[in-house]
Design a binder for this molecule. Sequence first.
Ligand code: GUN
Ligand code: ZN
Length: 439
Amino acid sequence: MGEKQQVVIRGSMVHIVDDPFLHPAKECLRYEPDGMIVVEDGKIVQSGPAANILKTLPEGTDYETYQDKLIVPGFIDTHIHYVQTDIMGAFGKQLIDWLNTYTFTAEQKFKNPVEGKRVAEFFCDELLRNGTTTALTFCATYPESVDQLFEAATKRNMRMIAGKVMMDRNAPKGLEDTAKGSYEDSKELIKKWHKKGRNLYAITPRFAPTSTPDELEVAGKLWSEHPSTYVHSHLSENVDEIAWVKKLFPERKGYLDVYDHYGLTGKRAVYAHGVHLTEAEMQHCYDTGTAISHCPTSNLFLGSGLFSLEKAKDARRPIEVGLGTDIGAGTSFSMLQTMNEAYKVAQLRKFPLDAIHTFFLATLGSARALDLGDKLGTLEVGKEADFVILDPLATPLLKERMQFVSSIEEQLFVLMTMGDDRSVAATYIAGNKAYERGE
Ligand code: GUN
Ligand code: ZN
């Protein structure tokens, strides 16, 4: 047996260890002004006050100290399309028009493996630059677009969840698959990538309008044959979309019922948006363990609506909710900026979110939505050592503003309001520094 690979870092640590929507927020916050983390073979083996941990380490143990920084868990993006990186900020359409005008055109370029590789590499680097260490990611319909993403993620040892888009109607012919082909390709990709290294596979029907009943049926069949994989799709994002689903599936009670009918609800089923869910649908998400990815920058950009976080997290039937950027309808890779917009959306619903609630959504909340709460989302012993070094003083304006905060909660709140990629000093993946600002 070789020596265990050990990494030790010291600095202020902050993480949220339980759901503040269900427990007193202050009890969920852990703040260690002079903390230390010891990582062995990619996992956290010690975490706590530096003074205590230093005593347990052999004299002369090497460690890196981060002065005036905050060590936080890696951010988790529960909904993003890597193949839409190059259409961010496309002007002026709501969902269906936006899909037809920009998205379906952009995704066809992933037929070209050279382009796919280029964008996949860029995408993973951009996640790391923003402190995002795990993402649940849409690829394109082409199986090669999945290979390219998992290859790029594997190179960086990121915990990536992704899958081939299943889409056999209502899209350009060049982008469509068939139910049979989609089943075979997805099955092959599951065999190739699911649980290989840190990769996990998501069965990815785009949304109900672009899959025939036959294709939704094979999606459900794939999941029943590979129950440890994920289901990843879109749900109740836009009112015209919901009306379209009603027309296409008149026999179903509603949008979520379409997915439910084909066996696509349950733990590890993650649906983006859920902006217009009914109370009965929220109850059904709770009953089945189906999770929602809240994507505030996208919902504002496409004018989709204001997600009812206060209803989704109702303590009587709390749904697992994570945060998503939904690039390319989303407007930033930064989960700090996504938190900022989540706060504003909630404000418009008279539900102000403090920093503890919002950081929870981007870390442990997202981990739990992905059924990875035992592996990711906090800096506790036993977790995988994905973390971010945040710089609260990254810009002249932040330096000015931070002189006037008087608690860690205030500091976090200013950071999520005014911070972005510039605030990420370094990103660690499984204990190794995978990104350092300015390097
Ligand atoms: N619904 C179906 N496809 C998409 C997509 O690519 N982006 C968004 N925001 N919604 C969708
Ligand atoms: Zn999306």
